[in-house]
Design a protein around this ligand. Structure first.
Ligand SMILES: Nc1nc2c(c(=O)[nH]1)N[C@H]1C(S)=C(S)[C@@H](COP(=O)(O)OP(=O)(O)OC[C@H]3O[C@@H](n4cnc5c(N)ncnc54)[C@H](O)[C@@H]3O)O[C@H]1N2
Ligand code: MOO
Length: 407
């Protein structure tokens, strides 16, 4: 059945997607796998850090009471490499040799750097300190943070430095927001699996590799990537299964009004139809609906429209699920090369950009603006919005641009 389409603006479509509730949950995972994940709770220090007074240099540990009248000879009563401890206390004019990072003897206050000491001929158990050291050279217990301090705030995206902090306080697991599970369904009887012999009328399933890689790169977990011929029953079954198993389902193709465009039916009968047409080219047929708490994003089969639709609607949603913001950067740029066409709908051009010395951006259309064109996908680094108009846009006009997260 031909479903009626109600076109809405790009902003409205983005707002509709932004307003749906995403059921992002918390999971506890090994710290070793937590890079770039977002913390679901504050990290509170379980103990002071460092948890013992330690030497900041290689040298000799001494008591404050003996720290005078240089040059002076000390008796060496121990050796404390990093990882070891000195059991006992230093007596008058006694010292231990100590290495960087080693625990200070309990009653020692200061470390004299090796460079400020000399051996004493014939006395292996003695060391001569030649000058008074202006610095203590001790890192005090608790000098970085104390038990109970928040050391990394909830909603921070962990990075390798953050993982080092978690590990420094003995954590091996951490609570983070789950990555969204994504099921992908590409449709089209014309689609050939990569590696199959080329045939007239058929094309390789290029979106079948583009979409999962866009998803993974944005932080989603691809749980399935199914290629179907145009068949309503097959699609209905695959869609049902994907909706049951995933947080987000991306379908590709079959979303227009043709004889084999079946997504419209599923959208019309869904729990909540968000939109089934956008006033944009490419990708006017892009459709979104919610079924059983799963968002279904139906992208156009045309590779250029698929790429554009992913960045405008899917990428921000994948990121939001993980409590992250989009990796695209929305800016106003100068259209620095002519674009002569007029458009009934807003046109999203694949483009390239250059940052100017004053911090502003020049953007340039990058090859074909056709929905089905794909030759420019490798080199496209931004998406440029040309507002619908009956006359061509001026050269050097200001245009809304999304810088893509790679260049
Ligand atoms: N009578 C109408 N025809 C069309 C309309 C319309 O409003 N009325 N809209 C046009 C527009 S605009 C677009 S965009 C496309 C949308 O088509 P679909 O999203 O339904 O996609 P398909 O028809 O399945 O395929 C379109 C095109 O893309 C190729 N394709 C499909 N899947 C893949 C894939 N996985 N990898 C690479 N290429 C793929 C497919 O072979 C077609 O060439 O509809 C217009 N028609
Ligand atoms: O909807 Mo289509 O505008 O050519 O991609």
């Amino acid at each position: 059945m031909l479903t009626r389409r109600y076109p809405i603006s790009i902003d409205e479509a983005q707002a509709k997607i932004e307003n749906i509730t995403l059921h992002s949950e918390v999971e506890t995972i090994p710290v070793t796998e937590a890079n770039h994940r977002v913390l679901a709770a504050d990290i509170v220090a379980p103990y002071d850090y460092p948890h013992f007074d330690r030497s900041a240099v290689d040298g000799y540990a001494i008591r404050k009471a003996d720290d005078h009248d240089y040059p002076k000879v000390f008796k060496v009563v121990g050796d404390v490499p990093a990882g070891a401890t000195f059991d006992g206390n230093l007596g008058e004019d006694e010292t231990t040799r100590i290495m960087t990072g080693a625990a200070m003897p309990d009653n020692a206050d200061k470390v004299i750097m090796l460079e400020d000491t000399r051996t004493v001929d014939g006395h292996d158990d003695q060391v001569k300190v030649v000058v008074e050291s202006p610095k203590g050279n001790v890192t005090d217990a608790g000098s970085e943070f104390h038990a109970g301090d928040t050391i990394i705030a909830k909603d921070s995206e962990l990075n390798p430095g953050g993982l080092a902090i978690l590990t420094s306080v003995g954590m091996t697991t951490v609570a983070v927001y789950r990555r969204p599970k994504v099921g992908i369904i590409t449709t089209g009887t014309e689609l050939l699996a990569p590696g199959a012999p080329l045939q007239k009328g058929k094309i390789y399933n290029s979106n079948g590799i583009q979409i999962p890689n866009l998803v993974e790169e944005s932080g989603g977990v691809v749980t399935s990537n199914v290629q179907l011929v145009d068949d309503n029953d097959l699609l209905a079954d695959a869609l049902k299964k994907a909706i049951a198993e995933n947080d987000i389902v991306i379908t590709d193709g079959g979303v227009s009004v043709g004889d084999y465009d079946f997504i419209g039916d599923a959208a019309r009968d869904s729990d909540e139809l968000l939109f089934n047409k956008i006033k944009q080219r490419p990708g006017s047929v892009t459709t979104a609906f919610v079924q059983d708490n799963t968002l279904v994003m139906a992208l156009s089969g045309n590779p250029g429209a698929c790429f554009t639709g992913f960045y405008l609607y899917v990428e921000p949603t994948l990121r939001r699920f993980m409590h992250k913001t989009t990796r695209t950067q929305k800016i106003t740029a100068t259209l620095a090369a002519p674009y002569h066409k007029t458009n009934g709908f807003d046109r999203i051009l694949r483009g390239t950009f250059e940052k100017q010395a004053d911090g502003s951006y020049n953007v340039y259309p990058n090859g074909s603006d056709y929905s089905g064109a794909l030759a420019n996908l490798q080199t496209t680094t931004c998406l440029i919005k040309i507002l619908h108009s009956t006359k061509p846009i001026d050269l050097n006009a200001e245009v809304t641009t999304w810088l893509l997260p790679f260049k």
